[in-house]
Design a protein around this ligand. Structure first.
Ligand code: ADP
Ligand code: ADP
Length: 229
């Protein structure tokens, strides 16, 4: 589903690569944690996958597309294959829970009948049934992140990327959010989650990829935060 072949990303004016010669494969349906200290290249790796940044070396293939050869006009179709969740939720503050999720389908031109049937299904899946009419400021952090996950998943993308999704949440809530990502993963969606949240990584026993200064220094099946190297 995702293949890095000696991928490097050096930002303009930077002297050292943010991602440095990474090679790895993430298969369809995998759940992978990407760990490493702040500045180790986790966000850059996710941004390369969604082509928000372009690699400066190597080859990267995502959902059957070679990203270095993907014309700009095909980037929207790549992005439809990828749901994204962030630390700061990024909900639309003036829209309700229902509208935040429905909007993701509206921009894809989905018919109103499909939106009306799909949004309640996905809100039920993330445990927010009954909260459709609330606004983001009326929700806890964990609930807001559930809305963001519903929005990222409502189009059933084959890939879900999560960049520090538990970074603003208390430990117990963080575990619930990762368990929700695990449930989404079990529907067949490939999940890649960048995190420094060692407690949830250790609780889940998934594949752990570790970056250090942009270099891949560990890749362990059923790993723990500290054994990722
Ligand atoms: P992490 O997500 O692990 O904290 P990042 O991918 O955000 O790591 O950052 C990796 C390195 O790239 C850091 O040195 C960071 O300062 C640098 N970096 C990240 N984004 C940019 C950018 N847009 N422009 C220049 N440098 C960047
Ligand atoms: P994260 O916690 O996800 O790693 P950061 O705080 O590192 O996020 O970065 C937040 C935003 O700032 C990102 O969009 C990243 O690309 C950008 N950024 C990070 N480091 C730099 C940098 N040195 N120069 C310019 N932009 C940067």
């Amino acid at each position: 589903m995702i293949r890095f072949e000696n991928v490097t990303k050096t930002y303009p004016k930077s002297t050292r690569p943010a991602v440095d010669g990474i090679s790895l494969e993430i298969g369809r349906g995998e759940f992978v944690f990407v760990v490493g200290t702040s500045g180790s290249g986790k966000s850059t790796m996710l941004q390369l996958i969604m082509k928000e940044q372009d690699a400066t070396g190597g080859r990267l293939s995502v959902a059957g597309r070679e990203l270095d050869r993907l014309p700009d006009r095909k980037v929207p179709s790549l992005r439809r294959q990828i749901g994204c969740v962030f630390q700061d939720f990024r909900l639309l503050p003036n829209k309700t829970v229902h509208q935040n999720v429905a909007y993701a389908l509206q921009v894809l031109g989905a018919p109103r009948s499909r939106i009306r049937s799909t949004v309640p299904e996905v809100l039920d899946l993330v445990g927010l049934a009954g909260m459709e009419k609330r606004f983001p400021h009326q929700l806890s952090g964990g609930e807001q992140q559930r809305v963001a996950i519903a929005r990222a998943f409502v189009n059933r993308p084959p890939i879900l990327l999560a960049d520090e999704p538990t970074g603003n949440l208390d430990p117990g809530i963080s575990l619930e959010i990762v368990q929700l990502l695990d449930r989404i993963n079990r529907t067949g969606t490939t999940v890649v989650m960048a995190t420094h949240d060692f407690a949830t990584v250790d609780a889940m026993r998934k594949r752990v990829i570790r970056l250090d200064n942009g270099v891949l220094v560990g890749d362990v099946e059923a790993g723990e935060y500290t054994t990722g190297s």
